[in-house]
Ligand binder design. Sequence first.
Ligand code: MLZ
Length: 265
Amino acid sequence: KNEHFKWDNYLKETGSLAAPPHCFRQSRIPPSNDFKVGMKLEAHDPRNVTSVCIATVIGITGARLRLRLDGSDNKNDFWRLVDSSDIQPIGTCEKKGGMLQPPLGFQMNASSWPMFLLRTLNGAEMAPAAFFKKEPPKPAPDYFKVGMKLEAVDKKNPYLICPATIGDVRGDEVFITFDGWRGAFDYWCKYDSRDIFPVGWCGLTGDALQPPGNNVSITKRGAKAQSSPSKVTRRSMQSPQKSAPVPAQCGRKTGRGNPPGQSTV
Ligand code: MLZ
C-alpha cells in the first residue's frame, strides 16, 4: 500500500524539514529485536502503571513488541519498544522486593491469582535478559519546531506508525498532527515520548510506515450521520492539509473515543 511513499520526495513536495534525530528519545540505530512470539516478560500494566504484571509477546513489529498481560483479555494489547523501561526480564520485580500483580480486569477471581501466577509461569519460555535494551537518555528539550516532520504511533491504532508533523510546541509537550487525517488522530505528548520517531525510523526497523491519509471520507453537510460515507474523495499527497475545507469531524468516526488498542480500521 505504501510502496510509493518516499520521505525524500514528500519532504520536497511539502517543502518541509525532518525533525533532527537528536530531538527524540530514541537510539540513532534502532535496537535489534530478538524476542519471539510466546516469550514471557514483566511489564508495567498500562492501565495501572504501579503494577508489574506478567506479559506474553503476542507479536513482533520492528523494534516493538505487541504484548498481552497474562490473565487479561485480548482487547487491551499494547506495544512497547524493546528498549522501553516499562518491560523487564521475569524475576526483576521479585529481586527488587516487589510482588507481581494481576492485571487490571483480571479475568478470574482475585483469590485465584497466586495459583494463576504459578501456572502461567510453569514451563513458560522467559525472554532472556540480553533481549532487553537500555532505554536511551532523555534528549535536551526545545529542539522540536512547528512544521517539522516525523514518524509517530497512531494512538487509536497503536500498531500503526504514520507520517506526522509537529503542529504546536508548549513547554515540554508537542502536538503531533497526522498528515492527511484532518485532526482525527492528533494528540499532545511529551517531547521525549517513546511513541515518536525520526523520519526514516520505519525504514530502519522494517516497520510498514503508513502513507499519509489521502482518502478522506466526506459526508454531505447537514445530512444525517451515516455509517457509510456518501462520497469518497481522493486528494493529492502534495497538499494533505490544504484541500477543500471540511469540518474535521465531518464524516469521520472521530468522536467515538476508541480505547487504546482498539482498531478503527
Ligand atoms: N482504518 C483506520 C485507519 C486510520 C489510520 C490513521 N492514522 C493516522 C481509519 O480509517 O479510521
